[in-house]
Design a protein. Structure first.
Length: 110
């Protein structure tokens, strides 16, 4: 595999890319959707909501947590997960900025 050369890009570009990469799998999108739906910290229920084995779900949760999209708190022997609102705010801001620029550009687009 080639080198990504992330040092050639801004911190903001790298941060958005990390968030987008974490959302690049439908299971992770389903996990985010579920966490948004229940609007609470979830401990073990996520495995019951997805057609995946527990280790696979755990790996997807790890990827989402490493990207900063979810937070995890240890409670006894389990980890409870919830959405990290700051990460979603970054994504929302990024896409709102794209949308605003596209609205301006519509008149001059080929």
């Amino acid at each position: 595999m080639g080198v990504t050369k992330t040092e050639n890009f801004t911190d903001k570009q790298n941060a958005i890319a990390t968030l987008a990469k974490a959302l690049g799998h439908p299971a992770r999108v389903a996990i985010i959707d579920y966490l948004l739906q229940v609007d609470a910290c979830i401990c073990g229920d996520i495995v019951n909501e997805l057609p995946l084995a527990q280790p696979t779900v755990s790996q997807h949760l790890k990827e989402l947590k490493n990207a900063g999209l979810i937070k995890g708190n240890i409670e006894g022997n389990t980890i409870c997960y919830c959405i990290d609102e700051h990460a979603l705010d970054k994504l929302q801001s990024y896409f709102a900025n794209i949308s605003a620029k596209l609205d301006k550009k519509k008149q001059n687009c080929c």
